[in-house]
Design a protein around this ligand. Structure first.
Ligand SMILES: *Cc1c(COP(=O)(O)O)cnc(C)c1O
Length: 398
């Protein structure tokens, strides 16, 4: 039985269908692109809006070696759901659940002295040996330890804790600033800095299991950045990191999420009729309007008012006027689909529908934001959950 069978079979206001078969195919494509490296599927922020637990299972089914989350709470939730294997989390703040993380066998990131002190304290209190990944700031200017004296001090203190049997320095890692802009001079600068900082740590005595730097754009475009492990997020969900790198189809990726809504109303209106708040759209003549019952509370960006594309009855329509909290309107140009007819906001694109990348362009943002912000009011319906064959392991659903 699939999750789909458990849901009401009648039309629903809106739904996000999550094709786990496409997700598994994307993981296999990415593994083939980085054959010498391990692969981490990044499932932070509820798997970029796709549902963390089913996506994590599908990624593991397809051969992902690691899972990655931003917050420790996200990683602990995966463990609580019974997800096995290596899970790394990196967004820590003072007072975080270090003890729970170590007890749950998570790998944790350490960006500075305060974090090392807290994780060492948790280990000393009996949580167990903490597996830590020392994070270097190679140029992003966000988290991570600065090169030079700060790095030497952090590495030295971590080595000391390792000698005491409190931590194991599992990883040395960093993150790119501009990997989605191939040729950007910061990319080679960060690669050089990463090599220097890892070499320095190794000269001081660190024997890391994995050195890792690449996100999706670097995995797709920059083999020399793969090192021992690549951390892929957006590409797992079948979305291109940026138009500069190519479309999903050009990259051999298939978008995993299809967002649809059922028209709540279709009606005739005369010309000159204002539409939605602010009357930013006025009908040019007699026409029909379709009411699409999703809005910015569902993650549909208000910035796509007047520009967002929707497929209704085989034709692309454009959002007419403002996107409101719960609904928006499309001008159907006289067509009369019945109420309940399907409006496809985005999907893989091969059924003629727009893609999340099209919505990103319409809203002046990135496709990451389009899928990640789909609201909790929209049910996720996971399909193709079972692998084609279940060769044991953790295949399929519980
Ligand atoms: C989100 C994130 C990733 C994945 O980035 P994508 O561009 O989605 O592949 C990798 N590493 C870190 C540290 C991240 O925060």
């Amino acid at each position: 039985m699939t999750e789909t069978d458990a849901l009401p079979s009648g039309p629903m206001r809106a739904r996000a269908v999550i094709d786990l078969g496409a997700l598994r195919a994307n993981v296999r494509t990415l593994r083939a692109l980085a054959p010498a490296a391990q692969l981490m599927a990044v499932v932070k922020s509820d798997a970029y809006g796709h549902g963390a637990v089913p996506c994590a299972r599908a990624a593991l089914d397809a051969g992902a070696d690691w899972l990655g989350t931003a917050t420790p709470e996200e990683a602990l939730a995966l463990r609580a759901a019974g997800i096995p294997g290596r899970i790394m989390c990196w967004l820590w703040t003072p007072g975080g659940p270090w003890r729970e993380a170590v007890e749950a066998d998570l790998d944790v990131s350490v960006s500075g002295m305060w974090a090392l002190e807290e994780v060492v304290a948790a280990a000393r209190e009996g949580a167990g040996v903490a597996r830590i990944h020392l994070k270097a700031d190679t140029g992003l200017g966000r988290s991570g330890c600065q090169p030079g004296a700060d790095w030497d001090r952090l590495v030295g203190a971590a080595l000391h804790a390792e000698t005491e049997g409190l931590v194991q320095i599992t990883g040395l890692w960093s993150h790119f600033a501009c990997a989605d802009e191939p040729g950007h001079p910061s990319i080679t600068a960060q690669l050089t800095r990463f090599r220097e900082m890892t070499a320095r740590a190794e000269a001081m005595g660190v024997r890391p299991e994995v050195r890792h730097l690449a996100n999706s754009p670097a995995t797709l475009t920059l083999p020399e950045s793969h090192f021992d492990l690549v951390r892929t997020g957006i590409a797992v969900y079948g979305i291109s990191p940026s138009p500069e790198i190519g479309t999903s189809a050009e990259l051999g990726l298939r978008p995993v999420m299809t967002l649809t809504a059922s028209l709540a109303l279709v009606k005739h209106v005369p010309g000159g009729h204002g539409v939605s708040y602010g009357h930013r759209y006025v009908t040019a003549g007699d026409t029909t309007l379709g009411l699409v019952p999703v809005g910015y509370a569902d993650g549909i960006p208000r910035h796509a008012s007047g520009t967002g594309p929707v497929l209704v009855g085989g034709k692309w329509r454009t959002v007419a006027g403002r996107i409101a909290m719960d609904q928006f309107v499309v001008d159907l140009g006289g067509d009369e689909p019945p109420a309940g007819a399907e409006a496809v906001l985005f999907g893989p694109g091969d059924g003629g529908e727009p893609t999340a990348e099209d919505w990103a362009r319409a809203a002046g943002t990135i496709a990451y934001e389009i899928v990640t912000r789909v609201g909790s009011r929209v049910p996720r319906i996971h399909v193709n959950a079972l692998p084609e064959q279940a060769p044991g392991g953790h295949g399929g659903r519980a």
